[in-house]
Design a protein around this ligand. Structure first.
Ligand code: TXA
Ligand code: MG
Length: 408
């Protein structure tokens, strides 16, 4: 794969060249866009550079990182330096992955590969595991950066540890300002949730993290018909489920606000009135009573949208659009939850409708959580989507991690 170098895109290429130079010559990571989320990249072959990632994110170094390559020849050249595609040597990429690579690369799929010994990868990349995760991002900007840096890039998501992953350059800036020197701005990420992580080195092969490529798509590939899920979500709705103890906070994908998730299978049509009251009271206790609390709702298609409606369980909700967020494609509406008498303001209402297309929900989800934090939400009620074998699995997986309460 070659970086497209025409005179028209010279303007685009010069910041990428600068970022690549920075990656080669310093140990401070560079944030860059991919089609899933923004990554925080460093030369995966240099320990000092990889340590710089952990320092910037404020994350312990016991988590393995995904290695990003621009093409297959880069991947082959560092897992098997002697390999030449011209000869009849066996491909160092295990055969089980060939159908996946053909179909999904470049794209939001990470595969686990054996880490060769001796390895060119810095030991900090694999966190002591005998395997490493690898993906070829679809973003041409990301691949140009990797190509020009002339090294595979180790990159976790470019958020501060525990925050929702960044899907716009502004999110990276909000989290890592002062900790990194450079963010390549490629606009908002098209997929919006991280890559699917699969392990084909075991039998049957497994999905370790649901993401941008769905289970149903993976199952269509030769050798992957029997793929199993090897991740656990907090709520399993099919059988009888114990809801998570309220208040138990998972420090992952979390905005500052408390997140309350309603499983789609619960069949609710709206946030129960009692839940809003409880949330308003809980927020009041935290900060001292008196001031109006902010209660937010993220809708995903089934719950009715407010707009001067008298339909919210709480008796009157007046809402008006408070402007589009151009980058994310959703509008934030603001209004008030009024008490039964219609005069007392119980809480300020913030509302985002992500629509009923689950790809759109995935695209806007992290940005919505961040936007509601920015506007001071105390609690965010989220309408869950039906957990299927499509990208909904990734959406619900992230939401169950972000939520402190799950209601069925
Ligand atoms: O879409 C994505 O994958 C983004 C963009 C930047 O590429 N990256 C990302 O990286 O989400 P991070 O570090 O936030 O998540 C990496 C995931 C973790 O769930 C980690 O446990 C898993 O990949 N992982 C990486 N190497 C692994 C290994 N050798 N074995 C098992 N899991 C691994
Ligand atoms: Mg992450």
């Amino acid at each position: 794969w070659e970086v497209p170098t025409t005179s028209e895109n010279e303007n685009i290429l010069s910041p990428i060249r600068e970022a690549a130079h920075h990656l080669r010559t310093t140990d401070i990571p560079v944030a860059f866009p991919t089609e899933t989320v923004y990554g925080l990249g460093a030369d995966a072959t240099r320990s000092a550079a990889v340590k710089g990632i952990y320092a910037a994110k404020g994350r312990p170094s016991d988590n393995p990182l995904i290695v990003h390559v621009c093409d297959l020849s880069m991947l082959r050249s560092f897992i098997s330096p002697s390999f030449s595609s011209a000869g009849d040597e066996e491909d160092p990429i295990p055969a089980i992955y060939h159908p996946l690579i053909t179909r999904f690369w470049p794209g939001p799929l990470t595969i686990l590969l054996p880490n060769p010994s001796p390895s060119l990868l810095a030991p900090e990349v694999t966190a002591g595991l005998p395997t490493f995760g690898c993906r070829m991002p679809a973003s041409a900007l990301a691949r140009s950066l990797i190509k020009l840096a002339n090294a595979p890039l180790a990159a976790p998501s470019a958020n501060a540890s525990t925050k929702p992953s960044p899907t716009a350059a502004q999110h990276v800036l909000d989290d890592l300002r002062g900790r990194i020197a450079l963010i390549l701005d490629g606009g908002s990420c098209s997929v919006g949730v991280e890559s699917t992580v699969v392990d084909g080195l075991c039998s049957p092969p497994v999905v370790l993290r649901p993401g941008g490529v769905s289970l149903e798509e993976i199952r269509e590939c030769k050798g992957w018909e029997g793929v199993e899920k090897a991740y656990k979500d907090q709520a399993e709705v099919g059988g009888k489920t114990a809801p998570r103890a309220p208040g138990m906070k998972y420090k992952h994908y979390s905005p500052k606000a408390r997140v309350v998730l309603y499983e789609a299978e619960g069949g609710r049509r709206e946030v129960p009135k009692a839940d809003v009251r409880e949330a308003v009271e809980a927020a009041g206790e935290e900060e001292g009573k008196g001031n109006v609390k902010s209660v937010a709702v993220i809708r995903t298609g089934r719950w009715p949208v407010a707009g001067g409606l008298r339909s919210q369980g709480l008796d009157d909700v007046a809402a008006k659009d408070s402007g589009d967020v151009a980058e994310t494609g959703f509008a934030v509406r603001e209004g008030q939850w009024l008490d039964e008498d219609g005069t007392t303001v119980l809480a300020r209402l913030l509302e985002i409708d992500l629509g009923n297309d689950v790809k759109g929900v995935a695209h806007g989800l992290f940005a919505a959580l961040r936007e509601l934090d920015r506007r001071g939400a105390d609690v965010i009620f989220v309408e869950g989507v039906s957990d299927g074998d499509d990208i909904a699995a990734a959406v619900m997986n992230r939401l169950r991690k972000a939520a402190s309460d799950i209601r069925i």
